[in-house]
Ligand binder design. Structure first.
Ligand SMILES: Cc1cc2nc3c(=O)[nH]c(=O)nc-3n(C[C@H](O)[C@H](O)[C@H](O)COP(=O)(O)OP(=O)(O)OC[C@H]3O[C@@H](n4cnc5c(N)ncnc54)[C@H](O)[C@@H]3O)c2cc1C
Length: 369
């Protein structure tokens, strides 16, 4: 089988790339190892700015819009921060991720239950092999294959660095507790060493979790303690628990080979303080799709969708001129460095006291409200 672009992974990164390429007339195939729609352990919190990247309305997918955030320091010192103009949007990840796939599926061939087991780049293209022995030849690959990205490992990209981890539970609670939690999102900072717990209201249930940035060991036990200390005895009626690594951004790394772009978690584009990665997965999926389109259409007409590129801190003419010099995916490396990694690096550097002097950081930034 020969196609123009293979996308690996049906999360928001791969889904966005698929939507963006769907109208291009190119032969695009998306490969996902799991059965779709699939569950992804996640709080499902989106910043409102994600709407700027999307051409369509995601209102039907939003289960709650939260304008108030409650912060605690290890269960103590509660303080509220109201954000009337920048609500936090809460979604169910299985529905949210799958809506990209449904949008793209009319023009993109989607194959689920298709684990990719090897990927090999050469001068003319990329050979992608599935576990079933099938081989697909593509001109370019967009690898959005998540925190443990087999593609990144195979190509020696996005080098290993400390990985955080998080455990997420969906709980059904008594109506009184649900009503109480419905008005705000809770962030319980440092309720476990080097980490935090969260409680997010969803449609009829709560999404709770604990995340640790360093030494993420014993998280299920920490999760249990967090639930016991956050809710009155007997108020939790049902519980589903999931866990997953979180590849926190640890400095700019190689995210592109000649014919391959790493997107989202595969490229470690996750906020190193709060562990948020959906926005960056969507944005990098869009940028990867733009770069691949540009390369397949010829180097002389780089006319990307400026919404994604605008805050890459490059002047448009300068970017067009630079793009003409690129004949491979290293253009994507530049866009990621300027458009995402720079921002995450600032978060990482400014957030250092968050890790080093937690109590002081909490007082300076939250108790002061
Ligand atoms: C518990 C938890 C809570 C979180 N909460 C939030 C939050 O509230 N807000 C937020 O912004 N971020 C949150 N995150 C981070 C967020 O979930 C990720 O950053 C986001 O899912 C990244 O999207 P992605 O498309 O890069 O990867 P993923 O969503 O992980 O998708 C990768 C896909 O690739 C597939 N895949 C992997 N290997 C292969 C293979 N070999 N062949 C084919 N397919 C393959 C996987 O099955 C998967 O479907 C949380 C993470 C965790 C663990």
């Amino acid at each position: 089988m020969v196609v123009d672009v293979v996308i690996i992974g049906a999360g928001p990164g791969g889904g966005m790339a698929a939507c963006w390429l769907a109208a291009s007339g190119l032969r695009v195939m998306l490969l996902e190892k799991r059965h779709l729609p699939r569950h992804k352990p996640c709080g499902g919190a989106l910043p409102a700015k994600i709407m700027d990247l999307l051409d369509w309305d995601i209102a039907p997918l939003i289960e709650a819009r939260i304008r108030s955030q409650k912060f605690l320091f290890n269960y103590e010192q509660p303080t509220f921060d109201d954000k009337p103009d920048a609500p936090m949007l809460l979604v169910s990840r299985s529905r949210f991720d799958y809506h990209f796939i449904e949008r793209a599926a009319r023009s993109v061939t989607v194959r689920d239950n298709f684990p990719v087991v090897s990927i090999e780049e050469n001068d003319t293209g990329v050979i992608v092999r599935g576990k079933n022995g099938e081989t697909i030849h593509a001109a370019y690959v967009i690898a959005a294959d998540g925190a443990t990205s087999p593609t990144a490992r195979a190509l020696g990209l996005a080098q290993a660095a400390p990985v955080g981890a998080a455990v997420d539970v969906e709980i059904e609670v008594t109506p009184e507790v649900l009503a109480e939690e419905q008005t705000h999102a809770t962030f319980n900072l440092y309720c476990l060493p080097d980490g935090y717990g969260w409680i997010f209201p969803k449609a009829g249930y709560l999404s709770c979790g604990v995340a640790a940035w360093r030494n993420p060991k014993g998280l299920p036990a920490q999760m249990q303690t967090f639930l016991e200390r956050s809710f009155p005895p007997g108020s939790i009626q049902a519980i589903k628990q999931y866990g997953h690594p979180v590849p926190l951004f640890a400095g700019h790394a190689a995210v592109a080979a000649r014919r391959v772009c790493l997107v989202g978690d595969a490229a470690r584009l996750v906020d190193p303080v709060l562990g948020e990665g959906i926005y960056y997965a969507v944005k990098s999926g869009l940028l990867a799709a733009e770069v691949v389109l540009h390369l397949l259409r010829g180097v002389s007409d780089f006319e990307p969708d400026w919404r994604a590129v605008d805050n890459c801190l490059l002047d448009r003419d300068q970017l067009r001129a630079q793009a003409a010099d690129y004949t491979d995916c290293t253009l994507y490396q530049t866009l990621i460095r300027r458009g995402i990694a720079r921002e995450l690096n600032i978060v990482r550097l400014l957030g250092q006291p968050f890790f080093d002097t937690p109590e002081r950081f909490y007082h300076d930034h939250f108790a002061a409200y």
